[in-house]
Design a binder for this molecule. Structure first.
Ligand SMILES: Cc1cc2nc3c(=O)[nH]c(=O)nc-3n(C[C@H](O)[C@H](O)[C@H](O)COP(=O)(O)OP(=O)(O)OC[C@H]3O[C@@H](n4cnc5c(N)ncnc54)[C@H](O)[C@@H]3O)c2cc1C
Length: 201
């Protein structure tokens, strides 16, 4: 099956990326309508272990519950499919990526976003260069080299702690949002933001 963007990893970064992409719909942008997104995940987000008390504007919440809440927000947009499966291989180039899972499924897409956390990176993926994560207080954490704007190569992005930001919900989520905005801007042909305003009256 073909998607516009495949996101690997459903933690803070991958989910924030999916939510921002999905939210571009229904705004009068023809190019944003009928887009389909896929999130592939193994359900091992670090959020599952956390109790969040310092996410700005969010009341104290268990990470497992915040994950559920964000997934529901995404589902409300009706353009993101979720699949529980481990990605083992990403090949191809912009416009024609093939993503293969452990269960032998294959999906294609224009863009791929890698947001698999910093514990390891064992996906076979051309151009993905694994280095030590210099922002992790714990040894042995990894990140992928990118161009400073989360791009590994044309069409292939990295987000979250795998991109080398500090392991905090908002920094990880922010990179996912930035990647989504950059993809949307590429489709639009110029820089954009996705903003909502209160109804009048
Ligand atoms: C104990 C603990 C407490 C924390 N407390 C706080 C806190 O109070 N405040 C705060 O801001 N932050 C806190 N954090 C940090 C926060 O949870 C992380 O920074 C954040 O989860 C990182 O987001 P991420 O999306 O980069 O990675 P993750 O959330 O770890 O998500 C990565 C996802 O990728 C999936 N994945 C990995 N490999 C594959 C593959 N090959 N195929 C498919 N899916 C794959 C994983 O299953 C996982 O779901 C805490 C973390 C821990 C561990």
């Amino acid at each position: 099956m073909r998607y516009d963007v495949i996101i690997v990893g459903a933690g803070a970064a991958g989910l924030s990326c999916a939510l921002t992409l999905a939210s571009a719909k229904g705004r009068g942008w023809d190019w944003a309508e009928n887009r389909r997104y896929l999130v592939l995940d193994t359900d091992r987000s670090d959020m599952n272990k956390a109790l969040f008390k310092n996410v700005p504007g969010i009341e104290e919440i268990l990470g497992v519950n915040l994950l559920k809440r964000i997934k529901q927000q995404i589902k409300n947009w009706n353009s993101v499919d979720f699949l529980s499966d481990k990605v083992v291989k990403v090949k191809g180039k912009r416009g024609n990526f093939t993503v293969t899972t452990e269960k032998g499924k294959e999906f294609s897409s224009e863009f791929v976003v890698l947001a698999t956390g910093f514990h390891r990176f064992d996906i076979e993926c051309e151009g993905a260069e694994v280095v030590d994560n210099f922002r992790s207080p714990k040894p042995g954490r990894v990140m992928l080299k990118h161009d400073g704007n989360f791009k590994i190569r044309d069409g292939l992005f990295v987000a979250g702690v795998l991109a080398g930001v500090s392991s905090m919900f908002t920094t990880a989520a922010g990179t996912g949002v930035q990647v989504a905005i950059d993809i949307l801007s590429e489709w639009a042909g110029s820089p954009l933001v996705v903003h909502d305003v209160p109804p009048e009256g």
